[in-house]
Each structure stands twice: as C-alpha cells, then as structure tokens.
Write a protein that binds this ligand. Structure first.
Ligand code: CO
Length: 140
C-alpha cells in the first residue's frame, strides 16, 4: 500500500516565475523555497516549495530531450504533472505494480530527492501520472 503523499509535481515554463507566484500570491516565505537544481540525466531543472504537510515540486524542461518538453508545449502556462506517493521498498513496489497489471514506465532511478523512483502510466490511475518514491532514510 502507498504511504504519505510526498509531493505534487507541477511542470512550468519558468521555475523562477513559478517561485514568485508561491511567494507573492500565496505568501510562502523565501526560506521555504529551495534553490533551483538540475538533474541532466532526467532532463529537468527543479525546486521545492516546502509546505507544512507536503511539497510542491516545480519542474522545468532541461535540454531538447526533456521528457516534459511536450507537456509544456501542450500546456504553455504549465500544469499539474504528477502526484508522488512514498513506498517502503521501490523494487517490491515495482514488482507488485507489474503483478497488478499496471504500466510501469521506467526502471527504478534516482529522482530529485536522491532516492529511487518509478512512474506509473496515467491510464492506470484516472488519468494522473503517479510517481512512487522510496521513503528517504531518516524521514518522518
Ligand atoms: Co516528482
């Protein structure tokens, strides 16, 4: 069974502008917004907005082969891209998802939190792309 909602992924054309929205419109203090970092193997720049009970993950395409480039072309102002739940063991979760007939989109790989993640096709979850990530050690 899935655990905590870890974050909601929002794809945006500009992380800096999106940060400004969370600061200016929603009053999130600067200290709750992380630096923007890059994850070249996965074709994204990313930053987190830390909320009391969860995170917003802002992702921006990085490079021509970015997997979110098409998403931004279809949604030029950005949009809700995925929802991420924690699991205790990513390999056990992957195997279980396959047994249950879900379309697992990738082999476990290190994501923005430094722990392995997999993605489940939106067709299996009411049209929502689901990320499963292994609970970071020492979290919670
Ligand atoms: Co994510």
């Amino acid at each position: 069974m899935i655990g905590r909602l870890n974050h909601v992924g929002i794809a945006v054309p500009s992380i800096e502008e999106a940060k400004q929205t969370y600061r200016d419109l929603y009053g999130v203090p600067e200290s709750a917004i992380t630096e923007t970092r890059e994850l070249p193997p996965q074709g994204v720049r990313y930053a987190f907005v830390n909320l009391p009970n969860s995170q917003i993950e802002l992702i921006e395409p990085l490079g021509e082969d970015s997997p979110i480039k098409n998403f931004i072309e279809k949604n030029p102002k950005g949009g809700q891209h995925h929802v991420c739940f924690e699991v205790a063991d990513i390999y056990a979760a992957r195997d279980e998802m396959v047994v249950r007939g879900a379309k697992v989109l990738n082999e476990p790989r290190i994501g923005a939190h430094g722990v392995p993640v997999i993605f489940i096709h939106p067709r299996n979850s009411n049209g929502v792309l689901i990320e499963l990530m292994e609970t970071p050690k020492g979290a919670h």
